[in-house]
Every structure is written in structure tokens, then in C-alpha cells.
Design a protein around this ligand. Sequence first.
Ligand SMILES: [Zn+2]
Length: 484
Amino acid sequence: MKKRIIFFVLVISFLWLISGISGESEFIIHLDETIKATDIFTLVNTLASPQYEGRLTGTAGYDKAVQMAADYFKQYGIRPIDGMETYTQLFPVSYTKVYESKLTLHVKDKNGKEEVLQCQYFKDYYPMNFSGSGNITGEIVFAGFGITAPEFEYDDYIGIDVKGKIAMIIKGAPKEKEGEDWSAYDDHRFRTKNALKHGAAGLLYIYSARGNPNGAYLEGFPMLAIEEKLADRILEKYRKNVKSLTEHLKQRHRNSFATDQTAELTVRSENFQGNGANVVGYIPGSDELLRNEFIVVGAHLDHCGMWPQLTPGADDNASGSAALLTIARALGTSKYQPKRSVLFALFGGEEMGLLGSTYLVSHLPEKVKKINFVFNLDMVGEGPDVFILRLKNYPEMEKIIMETPRKLNLNCHITGNEITEKGRGGSDHAPFVEKRIPAVSVFSAGSKHMGYHKADDSIYWITPKIMEDIAKIISYTVMRMAAD
Ligand SMILES: [Zn+2]
């Protein structure tokens, strides 16, 4: 029996010599020494603090985060990529500061009794982070999905007049029939422009009262996101609600009507044209040929800003940014040099629609001849476990990563899924996948990410241990993939 165990151990260590990281146990000790929950938490606490202004891309608060990340890259021995003078890769960006906003509703219930509702930030409504300025009191006209699609003979604006009034619309699109693609219409940018084009003076978008800079600024056109519950108050008079209307609309039953309810909405905002930035650096591979191949670790550094109220974005995505900086520290200060190169990229403009990652994949530094794999970290700060989007698309990587909790002595569970359909995903892996580069997004799991895009996404929900686990898992897996 004893002999068999010894034989087994010998076989395992032999396998490691041919396919693993040489000096693996030393490397794991190095990970334990350089990746600490308290250090990662301190970084999250800094990035989520008011001096970084919620890190809206283009603003001074975001630039400050960029500078901080670049300073750490330098300190950890991460190099700027040749051809880029610094760690920053700039791209054009339009961003909006919303200085103040207000929503008052005058709603009648089904008995005709009128009530005045002073609505509250985050609870009832939130100004869209790309809203134009304006003050308008007017009738609310419900305009379905707010879609005009001539090729599908569909128009939510037929039979209603929104001119000078406040359009109220729902997210979504009719159920697709064979051969149809509504994705161009099921889009904030299209929907908001379409409301303005039809003469609306303001917009109530039944979405979710959260920060959201993913849209186009429209001069003089105030736009507020409102919670479904608030929209239901407006519709109650007609014994209708958002849920039933959405079902009808999905079946293409036209459902636009003047509500005979009044809203007063105010937004004071200012739009700027500026620069967004990715922070990019790398560890060169030791092998003359393999160093042209890169393993990428990415995370978005930006969030929704502080206009008009701070969204700290501790989980989304100070957590991923802090984990990335810690991985850069662990790998950058390790004695072990991988054969392939490792690229670190903190993306800007993710919340505006994956701007930074889209820019990087189409403007890759010349040195980056091939990207073998991308690990994107997004919202890794809450809960005990790990979820990896697209994990099962890549069985070889899955095999390595599933071994890590045991190997690194961690208690977290890793789960993942497979995604085969096309279309843009919700995070920075998507632009890489579109270019046929293997990519996954890593999230923490086992919590509800309750504060998502709200003032509640604060350090008080953060579980530091999971960030440490994820930083270790990714450091180890990246090194394994860069080593062979
Ligand atoms: Zn995010």
C-alpha cells in the first residue's frame, strides 16, 4: 500500500516537471506572500472613495485612478509596451456630468384621486448619466418599447402624439420571428434618439433607477430612468402595469396611449468631449519565440461617476481593478519568468458600452502578435465563490482552473457556463471574443451584488477573502498558461 502511494506521488511530480511551472511550490509560497485580502481591500477602499468621484471615464476622478494604477505598474516592474510611451492608451470619449435632477409626479388613481409624488434618487428614479438639460412639465404618453422599425412594419409611435410631451417607454423589443434581428432597436441609444425624433420634450425610461452612462448625450433632452413600481403608479388608473404591457408588446399588440398623468422633470447637466484611457503594461516572456504570444489579464477601472450622487463602484469594479493590480504585483515581483508574455489591461469606458476594451482590440500594440487567452475580472468583490462566464467553452483552461482551489488550499467553489450564441456580452471579454480571441469573464458568486450601480455598491458589502482567492487563482492559472 505504502509503495503504491509513493509511486503515485512520483508520477504526479514527474508530470509537473514536464507540463507545469518549474519551482511550483516556491511560486505558490510567493503567491501567499504577495496576495493578501487586506491589501486588496485597502486598494478597493481607495478607489471607491469620494476623491475618485466614482471614476466616470473622462473625468478628473477617473484620471486619478489611471495615474494610481500606472504608478503601481511601475513599482511592480510591469513594463510599458514598446511603441507606447507610457502605460496609458487614450481614446476619445463623450461624458456627461449631471449636476442636479428632480422628478415630481401628479398621478390620479383609478378613482380619479390625485396625489403628488416627490420622487427620490435610486429609490424611484435616477437621471440617465447621458441626459441633456431641461425643465419640462407635461403629460406622460406611453410609447411601448419606443421602437420604429419600418422593415418589420412596427412603430410604437403610431396613433400617439408625443410632441412637447413626456414619452414613457419600456426596455425590450417584440419577440423575434425566424430570420429577424431586433438588436439594433433594443438599444438605449436608438430608443432615446427615436423619442427625441418624434418630438418628445423629455423621457421616462422604465429601466432601473441606477447609474448608467451607456448612452448618447442629447442636447436639451432630459432623460430619467424610473423604477417599474413608479411606472405602475402612473398606469394604475388604467388597471395596467409594466409586466402585462411588456407581455402584450412582446406579442406585437400595439399599446401606446396618452396617460392623462403629469410629470415635472428637471435635469441640469453638462456634456464634455475628452479622453478615456486604458492602462496597459506587460511582463515579457523568456522564450524568444513564445514571447510574441500573450495571456491577458483585464478589468475595467471605470464606473458611473458622482453626478448627481456618488456611485462608489466598490464591487463594480474597484474589486476587479484591485485584484488585477495585486496579480500584477505577484507576477511582476516573482523570480519566475514565464515563457509567454503576460499583458495587464485596465479598461476605461466599460460602463459606456465596452469602449476601452473595444479600442484596445482594434489598436493592439505591435508587439502583441497573438493573444492566447483573456481573463477579464468584473465584480469579484462579494460572496464566497467564483463564477466564470464562458468557462466551459475552453476545456483545457477549465481543467487547470478547477484544480486551483485544492492546489492553493482555498475554500471557494468555481462554477461556469458555456456561451455559444453571438452578440455582445455584458463585460470586456466580448470585444475579444468578437475577434475570435478566447476570453472569459470572472465574477465572484454567492451574493446578490445588491448595490449594483447604486450608492450602496460600497466597501461595506465587500468580502475581502474572495478577492484574495480570485487573485491567487488567476495568478496561478495565467502562469501555468504562460509557462508551457
Ligand atoms: Zn462592471
